[in-house]
Design a protein around this ligand. Structure first.
Ligand code: TGC
Ligand code: FAD
Length: 385
């Protein structure tokens, strides 16, 4: 589809190369299978992990330890192309790089970094991020999971987490827990006795992605398991800023895939003797989809440049996550209507993207949480509590 606004012309040669490489990977390795994975509710993480590692997209915006050390726009472009395949694929990459590797890279000890980051960058070890609990989703400050040091200095971890992407396939979990010193992060190998991670079934969204509960039953961890570099809620929230940045780029890819499917269908499907794309009502839908896509893409690029300049704020990330997920869902729903009955089958990508985006709307801060963040930024008044 023509890039009417010529937004990608603003990318560097290296960023365009990353775009084309990831796009080709998605076309060759993901799109032929992802409808079946979605239907069967599987994500072949062990097979794809090393391939994604060799593509350089795992922790690609981190420096050292086998990570690619690329700029934020490059990371965003990669997320966009991955999510044009499926939000579950981008989720895997977001969780690995921004939620599991990032806290170890930013707040971990030298031993934690050496032990985990090179294997995670290569896709040989899989990570997950445990913040949400059954009773504390939008309000993680009140989490119940807790860790206490005993006389030997070991940490004893108890509690549970819910809705954890990659949970039951992970080798390592970054778990956030209350301690006497406030919220701390723990690096928990998933083979530690007392750790269990049953998969959550019957999802109707993000089916090509593993989602699990985590249970910690008197897990004994060495004193060195805690992330030494951060205390308090800003630890997990700073990781969310990284991952939300990937999402605000990623959903542009899902939206683009939906618009492309709609244009293709509208120009070939004939009713009343002419292509349905020749009816004004269809063109109105397509034009609004195009406007939403272009605005989202501009927002993503602008925020990427701010991030590369070291000037991106959490409020700006909330703006992007809110605006771009909202636009992507609107585009997916309009596309689904243009495809008529075919819009509800997995023979086309649209219903898969549309239902995936319902999860994307909720995770990493619901739409309401980001609305309230912007409301607080505008008024100075806190409407969360
Ligand atoms: P609040 O008082 O606002 O902040 C507490 C402390 O944190 C600091 N802070 C940040 N620091 C770094 N980065 C950010 N983005 C930050 N946002 C806030 C803040 O400055 C403060 O620091 P300090 O030093 O003063 O203590 O906290 P609050 O309790 O009022 O909560 C604010 C709220 C509601 C916005 C926050 O709790 C929130 O974002 N809730 C939503 C929870 C959420 O997004 N969960 C996501 C779980 S992970 C996930 O969904 C993964 S999906 C993965 C996938 O498959 O892709
Ligand atoms: P709740 O917080 O109970 O919210 C329910 C509704 O109430 C929402 O509409 C919400 O916006 C609204 N609401 C809540 N508070 C307010 C308020 N103050 N004002 C107005 N409205 C409000 N979490 C992780 O930690 N790690 C992961 O890897 C992870 N992966 C996920 C994967 C999937 C597929 C899904 C669906 C979720 C995942 N999550 C993960 C959890 C996700 O972050 C939470 O679902 C999300 O933060 C919302 O929490 P909740 O589901 O408990 O909803």
């Amino acid at each position: 589809m023509d890039d009417l606004l010529r937004i990608d012309d603003g990318l560097s040669e290296e960023q365009r190369l990353i775009r084309d490489t990831v796009k080709t990977f998605v076309a060759d390795r993901i799109l032929p299978h992802v409808g079946d994975w979605f239907e069967e509710a599987v994500f072949p993480a062990r097979e794809l992990g090393p391939v994604l590692g060799s593509l350089g997209v795992l922790g690609m915006h981190l420096e050292g330890y086998g990570c690619a050390g690329l700029d934020a726009v490059s990371y965003g472009v990669a997320c966009r192309e991955l999510e044009a395949g499926d939000s579950g694929l981008r989720s895997f990459v977001s969780v690995q790089g921004s939620l599991a590797m990032f806290p170890i890279w930013k707040y971990g000890s030298a031993e934690q970094k050496e032990a985990w980051l090179p294997r995670m960058a290569a896709g040989e070890a899989i990570g997950c991020f445990g913040l949400t609990e059954p009773d504390h989703g939008s309000d993680p400050a009140n989490m119940r999971t807790h860790a206490k040091q005993d006389a030997s200095g070991d940490w004893i971890l108890n509690g549970s987490k819910m809705w954890i992407t990659n949970g039951s396939i992970a080798d390592v979990a970054v778990v956030w827990a209350q301690t006497e010193d406030g919220i701390r992060g723990f690096v928990v190998p998933t083979d530690t006795p007392g750790f269990s991670a049953p998969e959550i079934h019957k999802k109707m969204s993000l089916r090509a992605s593993v989602t699990s509960s985590l249970y910690f039953d008197d897990i004994r961890l060495p004193a060195s398991a805690v992330l030494p570099g951060v205390r308090g809620l800003k630890g997990p929230l700073s990781c969310l800023s990284e991952a939300r940045f990937g999402i605000l780029w990623g959903v542009v890819g899902a939206a683009r895939a939906c618009l492309e499917a709609a244009v293709d269908y509208a120009t070939t499907r004939v009713q009343f003797g002419k292509p349905i794309g020749g009816f004004q009502l269809t063109q109105e839908k397509l034009a609004w989809m195009y406007v939403g896509l272009g605005q989202s893409q501009l927002t993503a690029l602008h925020l990427g440049r701010l991030k590369d300049a070291g000037a991106l704020t959490p409020q700006q990330v909330s703006f992007g996550k809110l605006a771009n997920v909202h636009a992507a869902l609107d585009i997916a729903r309009r596309s689904r209507s243009i495809l008529g009955g075919n819009g509800i089958t997995l023979e086309y990508p649209v219903i898969r993207h549309m239902t995936n985006l319902e999860s994307v709307l909720t995770y990493e801060g619901t739409e309401e949480i980001h609305l309230l963040t912007l409301g607080r930024a505008l008024t100075g008044l806190d409407a969360f509590h």
